[in-house]
Design a protein around this ligand. Structure first.
Ligand SMILES: Nc1nc2c(ncn2[C@@H]2O[C@H](COP(=O)(O)OP(=O)(O)OP(=O)(O)O)[C@@H](O)[C@H]2O)c(=O)[nH]1
Ligand SMILES: [Mg+2]
Length: 417
């Protein structure tokens, strides 16, 4: 088993300060285990701010080098993102493979990607991570790029590598567009039929896939490990009131989820952006569930989806020693339902909640859209159902049913009677 040393830096300067360095390190440990490696030592350094060349202090780097030698560690994993130069310099001092949190996560993603779409998304994220790091003396390409080059290519070789990577990135992007077209078509059909879309979101390992299985009887892979699901899977479900819905499982979130990954996984995360309702699955048996909640909202914000209607699904209540705690949790989280996806507890209550939420999502409006805002007419067609439209020289009078979220944005165009 690969032996690793984990390094986290607690910066004093508020620009670099992490909220919870200890929690972050614990999470890094979980990630390392998920990637199939063992942790032999954890090091926390205190610093004012990062050192440009080697990120930490020289003395600390030498100390880590000694520990690495003593414990025969193969790899040192930094909890923070390193530049290519920092990584190389650290490798020289420590004499072990140096990787950062983003690389570790990319590695796990590469291990778990199953579908063609998932694989393309991961490779894209890896190459985009690599490209700006191809500078100066070069980087060990064989580690990430699969033997494209080795350490220390000259400038000319470097340029060739860069060009090759850019070309590959373009190709992958194109492939991804083709692949996602199919998904878009399905979504369009669903919209035409006015079938509401519900997306399961949440921290990795919260129980999203388990809940999808419980609700729809599907067989999405479930595992006590991080980032088991990388592909979104959609299933239809009929609620008690005969309302048909489509419910989708999505990739799990994490605090400081690398931006590259969110970018690369945009196609998959589109399900979140397009959803009418989000079910935020939260593992309330986890000691850090309050932090998980915050991290999820941060990612939702990046996806411009934090204002959507959200139900907080307080999951794994079967694991709570003190059931009295549930009442407290219900007070602390917005729009909660407490369930156990695994033990099938309170599922009818959750379904009822979904019904209630969906009923209040649509509103019928009379609007006047001025001629210079015809883009909004397109949006109304896309997101709602148009009952009546009359064009005049000044614009369009429209009667339409629209999701509340869209309706709110169009407030200025409501017709006053
Ligand atoms: N005790 C208990 N365990 C649960 C419950 N729901 C899920 N689990 C367990 O939690 C682990 C993770 O479940 P998943 O459904 O794979 O979680 P996920 O959110 O899809 O995780 P990723 O796809 O990795 O992001 C599995 O071991 C599940 O059996 C629950 O209600 N109670
Ligand atoms: Mg899953």
């Amino acid at each position: 088993m690969e032996k690793t040393i984990l390094v986290s830096v607690d910066f004093k300067d508020r620009h670099f300060k992490k909220l919870n360095p200890e929690d972050s390190l614990l999470e890094l440990e979980e990630l390392t285990h998920t990637a199939g490696a063992g942790v032999v030592e954890k090091v926390v350094c205190m610093r004012q701010e990062p050192t440009p060349g080697i990120f930490i202090g020289k003395g600390k780097a030498e100390e880590i080098a000694l520990i690495a030698e003593e414990l025969a560690a193969d790899t040192v994993i930094f909890d923070d993102d390193l530049s290519g130069t920092q990584q190389r310099n650290l490798e020289e001092i420590i004499k072990a493979k140096i990787i950062d949190r983003t690389q570790l996560i990319l590695d796990i993603f590469a291990l778990h990607a199953k579908s063609q779409e998932g694989k393309i998304q991961v490779e894209l994220a890896q190459l985009e991570y690599l490209l700006p790091r191809l500078t100066g003396k070069g980087i060990d390409l064989s580690r990430l790029g699969g033997g494209i080059g080795t350490r220390g290519p000259g400038e000319q070789k470097l340029e060739v590598d860069r060009r090759r990577i850019r070309k590959r990135i373009d190709k992958l992007r194109k492939d991804l567009v083709d692949l996602t077209k199919h998904r878009e078509n399905t979504r369009k059909k669903r919209k035409e039929k006015h079938i509401p879309a519900v997306a399961l979101v949440g921290y990795t390992n919260a129980g999203k896939s388990t809940l999808l299985n419980t609700l729809t009887g599907s067989e999405q892979n479930v595992k006590d490990s991080l980032f088991t699901t990388l592909d979104s899977l959609s299933r239809s479900l009929t609620l008690v009131n005969h309302q048909k819905i489509v419910i989708s499982d999505t990739v799990g979130f994490l605090s400081h989820l690398p931006h590259h990954l969110i970018e690369a996984f945009k196609a998959t995360l589109e399900e979140v952006k397009e959803a009418d309702l989000l079910l935020h699955v939260l593992d309330v048996s986890h000691v850090r569930c309050y932090e998980h909640n915050k991290a999820v909202y941060e990612v939702l914000k990046q996806l411009d989806s934090d204002q959507k209607p959200i139900v907080t699904v307080l999951n794994k209540i079967d694991k709570l020693e003190d059931r009295g705690w549930i009442e407290r949790l219900k007070r602390d989280f917005s729009n909660p339902v407490a369930i156990s996806a695994l033990k099938n507890e309170n599922i009818p209550q959750l379904l009822e909640k979904i019904e209630g939420e969906l009923a209040s999502l649509i509103t019928i409006l009379d609007l006047f859209i001025p001629i210079n805002r015809m883009d909004l007419v397109d949006q109304i067609y896309r997101e709602g159902e148009v009952y009546k439209i009359d064009y005049t020289a000044q614009g369009a009078n429209i009667k339409a049913s629209l999701p509340i979220v869209t309706a709110k944005k169009l407030f200025a165009y409501h017709k006053k009677f």
